[in-house]
Design a binder for this molecule. Structure first.
Ligand code: ARG
Length: 496
């Protein structure tokens, strides 16, 4: 039976009936729906709407239903398989009948404990239920993603440690600019991921209020203890306005915007790796376990992994746009349009988690071609800035020093040599400030170490930055999990 058939004489058009269902995708909310239902049952019991034995029966039934979802191993779940509803296989009959996850729980509860199950819907509406389920889902996903981010950041940190004093060219305008430590480059990504984690936590903080008790739009018609329900679900308190609570999906958008930034960071990393792995750059060696061959050209080793990271970023960003379009212009309060935002939300969340998990496995297997990196850092006058700094130390204004070194570079270009191959006699023709110590000032080490400011690539500054970044990554790991949680693995936990 439908949850609303009383006032209707005609059945639904069968095709429309199928088309309007959300159970094929909102089955994912089963753990959250059960957790929220238990909290509601607790409030009904406190309000003396349920007897002790009815309350016990409801909790027992709800626990059995939560146990329906098998714990799954994320590594075996490819992106393509995410839309498969496991409950469809476990209970095809009820799944056929269930309009949405709320209806499914009601049907499954009746099947287990009989008509007392129907008392659960006293004083509540699906509108507050879906709002609550989604908040729990986003909260839990934000936490899981923070753990995934911390794990990837940690993988980057470990690579940075292993890189030691290895040097690479830093680029601006994709032209060689100045040498930096490989560790310095990797730490740039760690900073991005730490900001991403903070953004997710911020989103989590703002969403952590409980809509239960908001009813369909105007508030529950029973004096339910909203604070009690909020506490039971780990919320900081109840939401303040029933119309807002049942129609607000800001938290979904905020979360998807945070995901967009994570995806953009992943995509920039993926693009750099793709580029650096070309024969033209030759700065990194891709792991074979993350590369594919060509069916046509036997010599090929293609960077499919990083290309797909770039590609999937488009879909994650699109999810945010889809939700914006769905919410734009919706009158208060609940409208069925809101059901449409679930699929982009689930899709982006699951895709993002898999992406981060794979990046965490991929990163430790990257090999840096240190010889190529050094060669690239020592050719193309990447020490010109250090050379100008040398003249500045000798009292020459930077503008003039820049001009002098520019002329020296022009001269060396004509001679087809680097600055350190020039003779002092040649140099003094450009400025009397050049002395024998000039050559010490433009070695690769000196070129790094002249950037001796916090946040700079001087070797001792990067060593300190590593320690500092590691402490910050540890803080996130300690709070949200030390390993990269596999996507879906804990997705079926209860909400709290
Ligand atoms: N499946 C619905 C959704 O996700 C649940 C809420 C239904 N509420 C209603 N008034 N029809 O939006």
């Amino acid at each position: 039976m439908k949850m609303w058939s009383g006032r209707f004489r005609e059945p639904l058009d069968p095709l429309f009936e199928q088309w309007q269902r959300s159970f094929p995708f909102d089955w994912r909310l089963l753990p959250q729906e059960v957790a929220a239902s238990k909290a509601h049952a607790g409030a009904l019991y406190a309000a003396e709407v349920l007897t002790t034995s009815e309350h016990d029966a409801l909790l027992r039934g709800l626990d059995e239903i939560a146990a329906l979802l098998p714990r799954q191993n994320g590594s075996s779940i490819a992106d393509a398989q995410q839309n498969e509803n496991p409950i469809q296989r476990l209970d095809p009959q009820l799944s056929e009948k269930a309009e949405d996850v709320h209806h499914f729980v009601e049907l499954a509860l009746v099947a287990r404990i009989g008509d007392v199950a129907l008392k659960l819907h006293t004083g509540r509406s699906r509108n507050e239920q879906i709002a609550t389920d989604l908040r729990l889902y986003v909260r839990q996903s934000a936490e899981a993603l923070i753990a995934n981010l911390a794990a990837w950041a940690n993988a980057l940190l470990q690579q940075a440690k292993l890189a030691g004093d290895a040097v690479m060219p830093a680029y601006t305008h994709l032209q060689r600019a100045e040498p930096v430590l490989v560790a310095h480059w990797l730490l740039a990504y760690v900073e991005m991921l730490l900001r991403d984690a903070a953004r997710l936590q911020d989103c989590r903080k703002r969403l952590n209020l409980c809509p239960l008790g908001s009813g369909a739009v105007a508030g529950a018609t029973l004096a339910l203890d909203r604070a009690q329900m909020a506490t039971a679900l780990g919320f900081d308190g109840p939401t303040a306005n029933s119309m807002d609570a049942t129609s607000d999906r800001d938290f979904v958008l905020e979360f998807l915007h945070a995901l967009s930034l994570i995806a953009l960071h992943a995509s920039r990393f993926a693009e750099e790796i793709t580029l650096f792995a070309t024969q033209e750059f030759g700065l990194v060696e891709l792991p074979e376990s993350f590369s594919t061959g060509s069916s046509a050209m036997p010599q090929k080793k293609n960077p499919d992994f990083t290309e797909l990271v770039r590609g999937k970023t488009g879909r994650i960003l699109a999810a945010g746009h889809a939700v914006e379009m769905q919410i734009k212009g919706l009158p208060l309060a609940y409208n069925k349009d809101l059901q449409e935002l679930q699929e982009p939300l689930f899709d982006a969340t699951e895709r993002m988690r898999m992406l981060l998990h794979l990046l965490t496995k991929f990163t430790p297997q990257l090999r840096f071609c240190k010889d190529r990196m050094i060669a690239a850092s020592e050719t193309g006058y990447l020490n010109a800035m250090a050379a100008a700094t040398y003249l500045v130390r000798k009292g020459i204004p930077f503008r003039t020093a820049h001009e002098i070194i520019g002329n020296v570079v022009r001269y060396a270009l004509d001679r087809k040599c680097e600055l350190d191959a020039l003779m002092l006699e040649e140099l003094v023709r450009f400025s009397r400030a050049f002395a024998p110590d000039f050559f010490d000032a433009i070695t690769p080490e000196a070129t790094l170490d002249c950037h001796d400011v916090s946040g700079g690539t001087a070797r001792h500054r990067v060593a300190a930055a590593l320690i500092d970044a590691e402490a910050r990554v540890r803080t996130w790991m300690n709070a949200f999990g030390a390993t990269s949680r596999e996507p879906m693995q804990e997705a079926h936990h209860a909400g709290a």
